[in-house]
Design a protein around this ligand. Sequence first.
Ligand code: PAF
Length: 278
Amino acid sequence: MYVARTLDELVAAVAALGPDLALIPTMGALHLGHLSLLSAAGRESRHVAASIFVNPTQFNQGDDLARYPRDEDSDLALLRDAGCDLAWLPSVEIMYPGGDEIRIVPGSAALGWEGDARPGHFSGVATVVAKLLNQVRPACAFFGEKDWQQLQVIRSIVEALFIPVRIEGVATKREADGLAMSSRNRFLTPLERQRAPALHRCLRRLARAIADGDEVDVCLATAREDLRLQGFSVEYLALVAASSLQAIAENRPGARLLAAARLGSVRLLDNLAVSPLR
Ligand code: PAF
């Protein structure tokens, strides 16, 4: 596996690997969810690259950049074992050479939900992903569906900026009890970890009820209360149109549930399709 830490090393490694390259952008602290992105990429492309960069511009005040888990040695070992061909580990100085005053302002996909909860977050994500795509120039890039809104923001900026890359979403990887895998799960206390899968169970129940034709508003209100009683502080729980992310009051093709809820100090995100897009 090539390990590139400078742009010259990156250019040499990308040239050696050739054109059929897939990129998996990550912030490290890799887990099985990331490895499922690597497997999906490996099925589609001859070579797979992963970037590890804890992007400061996507953390806003409430988030704790310093607290974000970092373990480069274990990440590199995981990537090697998973058959990754290139690890790109740029520094902040490489990614933001003139500081961070030049930013992408994403469009409507970034409004509401995570956009409201974390002002500026998607501008940071859009900016760093555009930079990574321009540096590595992969044929395709893979992102987890767990961050559903992020995936829509990335699709929209790639389209708007004519970035020549195919964006692929990969189904959320879950623990055996249904909890969506996330680098932040390690911060759950043992009791919170026991309670956390209730979020996914709640989304499954809700999706079934809505698909069966139950009143959406009533189902959402009951589910929010249910989660509150189980110790969650619900930030949002909504039925949305899968690509525009507009809240919808009735089930329709492409309807998706989006949720963010806190358990103690950890913010859990999850989402689930109610009706497939036709
Ligand atoms: O999903 C993430 O890990 C990050 O938001 C990403 C896409 C790597 C950009 O920093």
